[in-house]
Design a protein around this ligand. Structure first.
Ligand SMILES: [Mn+2]
Length: 331
């Protein structure tokens, strides 16, 4: 991995105005890694900006921003209205925690800045950003925060405790509390953040959830049912859900005794159903999702179905699970 750190450092040194942009609906992984990279770039005496939606209302993010302010850490956050005025000939855009154009906080910045680097840990799929100086997309990485901790080690640099706290919370979210995509280097990164002073109380506060939303999710989970002993399936109601809500439910279903893999299906738009699949690691849910035109990872996959008939979607899903079992290749 030191190769990518070398290239990244070279590009930072070559440019003077560096923009960091993550995905829409920024989460703690994207924010933590953006702030860490911001501190690194600033230590090279370069002007740096992080794109952030001024109207951000996600409570974890608002709490994280407040905790930075409390520690008097000033960061140049800019929004979509302001960003163009800072662009110059020697600008560099670093895209973090996504590689898809349509996921970007401010997609038009791609047209304004020609030097672009993409750093991501999601499974590569269509609509990816082209014409980059380089792209580093590794689905084996737990999170962008894990990447940034290794980058800090490579540079022999440190960050303030409050930033370490935000980054540790980000790793916890992206690994579903060190349960998925967690490798030895993920624990190394967490350990390093603890040494840097990550605060467990503040971390828990950042991760606290709205009780009503939690209870809503539990009531949906009540209706989940078992298939073939090891599969748990949750079929949502007629409301439209975000894909991350489906993923959260599938992750929760893995907490139940004997469940090895889980599937949550629900409407994700006016014309589509989404399915989120998760596995402890013995069953390959990617095989099931690919039968429905989806994809992903062995433990983390998804699919979309072009119908809003949830009963039809449910029977397609159950059919795909059955087919995969009959073929005998998902274990
Ligand atoms: Mn992430």
């Amino acid at each position: 991995m030191s190769d990518v750190y070398k290239k990244l450092t070279e590009e930072i040194k070559k440019h003077n105005h560096i923009f960091i942009m993550a995905h829409k609906n920024i989460d703690l992984d994207a924010l933590g890694s953006s702030i860490c990279l911001y501190q690194i770039i600033s230590s090279f005496k370069k002007d740096c900006y992080i794109l952030l939606n001024k109207n951000e209302t996600n409570t974890s993010i608002v709490k994280a921003l407040n905790s930075l302010e409390k520690e008097h850490i000033s960061i140049s956050f800019i929004d979509r209205e302001q960003c163009s005025q800072y662009v110059s000939d020697d600008s560099l855009l670093i895209v973090l925690d996504t590689h898809k154009k349509n996921m970007l906080e401010v997609p038009f910045l791609l047209d304004e800045i020609k030097d672009v680097i993409v750093l991501d840990h999601h499974v590569k799929s269509g609509d990816y950003i082209e014409n980059t100086i380089f792209s580093y997309i590794r689905a084996t990485l737990s999170s962008m925060n894990e990447f940034m901790v290794s980058y800090l080690k490579y540079l022999n640099k440190e960050i303030q405790p409050v930033i370490a706290t935000i980054m540790l919370a980000g790793i916890q979210i992206d690994t579903n509390s060190f349960n998925v995509k967690t490798s030895a280097s993920t624990y190394d990164a967490a350990s390093k953040l603890a040494w840097l002073g990550a605060d467990n109380i503040v971390k828990q506060e950042l991760l606290q959830e709205n009780k009503e939303i939690y209870m809503q999710r539990q009531s949906l989970i009540q209706n989940s049912f078992n298939v073939n002993d090891v599969f748990e399936v949750c079929v949502l109601d007629d409301n439209i859900y975000e894909r991350k809500d489906l993923a959260l439910i599938s992750e929760e279903l893995l907490k139940f005794e004997d469940v090895e893999a889980s599937f949550t299906i629900g409407k994700t738009s006016k014309s589509k159903l989404g399915i989120s699949a998760r596995s402890l690691g013995r069953i390959n849910v990617e095989i099931v999702m690919s039968k429905l035109g989806g994809g992903g990872h062995m433990t983390d996959a998804a699919a979309q179905i072009l119908t809003t008939d949830i009963e039809e979607g449910k029977s397609l899903l159950l059919g795909a699970i059955k087919e995969a079992i009959d073929e005998g290749n998902i274990y």
